[in-house]
Every structure is written in structure tokens, then in C-alpha cells.
Design a binder for this molecule. Structure first.
Ligand code: AMP
Length: 241
């Protein structure tokens, strides 16, 4: 996708269940608007690979499909957001996942640790990607990842050209540890019980924008870009429909 805009997009949160397409969309926003994608799942996996204490602690939760403790994840996010590349905005993918993380993020943004956020935009723009449960299961069980470049495939929906090999670099694709069926069920349950209330939190602040994530990827991207460029007035959106 062509690089677009040097605008300051502020804090963007991509919200939705595992398998909704947050990672795919976050990468597109990142390359178009030139703002970093901050995936807490990726940061935790990376920390584990490097053998850091936080990574090792988080790993036991991740392998069961449970959420890592708020304090641990918030500490990692804080470290990441203080990096200079976040000054013009950033895309959070997989954070916040509990109302307490959302409250923590709001307080951090209010603190004005960022110099150039959109004027008057302390609160993030939260874009919820909605996908039906059965479709989520299909996406998660079919998901394969390239261990070298991180590209994501799906054996049912978006298979590689050559079976089990990455189109870009030919690496053998892998199933993420937490994409096993028992772990997937636990992750979806954690979303329902602990993460869904985050949507209510942001809706009450007029900052939640809903996107139908079951349409082709490009259409979802188009909707998301439109929201980022001109966030509609949420008071005119009929949430009950
Ligand atoms: P993801 O790659 O976003 O699906 O995240 C993988 C796993 O990392 C989750 O199932 C959780 O165990 C952990 N994780 C990622 N982000 C968070 C978060 N914001 N809060 C708690 N745990 C998280």
C-alpha cells in the first residue's frame, strides 16, 4: 500500500476479539500513516524469546489463553510509548484489554507525555472490528505465521502459493502456540468476560467506532482510514441498530 500521509494520527486503538484482523489492519495503518504498530502480544512474545523476566512471567498466562496481569502489560506499554517514534501517534493492537488498562491509558495520555498528539485529543480513537464467533474460530484455527517476516496466512481463507511456505521468503509457516484449539477457546472466553467491557467504557466517552470486520480486508481498511482521517460524531451513530 502506498505511503500516504505525514499527518499526526494521535492514539489509535484497534479493538476486537482475537482473529478479528487487528494485526493485519494495524500494519496497513502503520505503513500508510507512518506511525508504529504496538502489539502487546508481539511485545510479550518477543520478551519471552529474549528470556526477559516479564516475558517469562507472561508466557504462563499466554500459553493458557489467559490475560497477562495488567501491571505487567502496562509497564511494557509505558516503556514502548516513551520511544521517540510514538510522538506523532501510534496504533495499539491488543491493548487495552481490560477496563483497568483503559483507565490507565487515559491517565497516561492525559499526562501529556506526548508532545505532538492531535490538539485536544487526549483520548484515543477506538475502532472496534466486529466479527461473528463462528468466523473467528475458522480464522484462528486456520492461521499460520511466517516465523521470519511475520506475515500471516490462513489455510482456508488466504493460503500461501506453495503449501505451508511463506510467499515472501520461503520459510516454513508455523502455528502460533496459542492458536491451538483449547487455547483459542480460552482466549475467546477471556475476550468475552474481561475485554468486552472496554467497549462500554469507550462508548460512554463517545470514542468508540464500529467497523464490520467480516467484509474483504480492503473494505475494512477503507472504513478504518476514513474514521482516522475524519472521526464521525459518534452522537449521530445509532448504536442500538
Ligand atoms: P495477541 O497476540 O494480541 O492475541 O495476544 C496474545 C496473548 O498475549 C493474549 O492471549 C494474552 O495472554 C497476552 N496479552 C496480549 N495483550 C494483552 C493485554 N493487553 N493484556 C493482557 N494480556 C495480553
Amino acid at each position: 500500500m502506498a505511503s500516504g500521509s505525514s499527518r499526526n494520527i494521535g492514539a489509535i486503538v484497534l479493538f476486537g476479539p482475537p482473529g478479528a484482523g487487528k494485526g493485519t489492519q494495524a500494519k496497513r495503518i502503520s505503513s500508510y500513516f507512518g506511525a508504529p504498530q504496538i502489539s502487546t502480544g508481539d511485545i510479550l512474545r518477543e520478551s519471552f524469546r529474549h528470556g526477559s523476566e516479564l516475558g517469562i512471567e507472561a508466557h504462563s498466562y499466554m500459553s493458557r489463553g489467559e490475560l497477562a496481569p495488567d501491571s505487567l502489560v502496562c509497564r511494557l506499554v509505558q516503556q514502548r510509548l516513551r520511544q521517540p517514534d510514538c510522538q506523532r501517534g501510534f496504533i495499539l493492537d491488543g491493548f487495552p484489554r481490560t477496563p483497568s488498562q483503559a483507565g490507565w491509558l487515559d491517565a497516561l495520555l492525559e499526562d501529556k507525555i506526548f508532545e505532538n498528539l492531535r490538539p485536544g485529543a487526549a483520548l484515543p480513537i477506538v475502532i472496534q472490528i466486529d466479527v461473528d464467533y463462528t468466523e473467528l474460530l475458522r480464522r484462528l484455527t486456520g492461521r499460520r505465521t511466517c516465523p521470519s517476516c511475520g506475515r500471516i496466512y490462513n489455510v482456508y481463507l488466504q493460503p500461501p502459493r506453495v503449501d505451508e511456505l511463506c510467499d515472501v521468503d520461503g520459510s516454513k509457516l508455523v502455528i502460533r502456540n496459542d492458536d491451538r484449539e483449547d487455547v483459542i477457546t480460552a482466549r475467546l472466553k477471556a475476550y468475552d468476560q474481561q475485554t468486552r467491557p472496554v467497549a462500554t467504557y469507550y462508548r460512554s466517552k463517545g470514542k468508540l467506532y464500529l467497523v464490520n470486520g467480516e467484509r474483504p480486508v480492503d473494505q475494512v481498511t477503507r472504513d478504518i482510514f476514513a474514521i482516522i482521517i475524519h472521526p464521525p460524531d459518534t452522537r449521530t451513530i445509532p448504536w442500538g441498530l
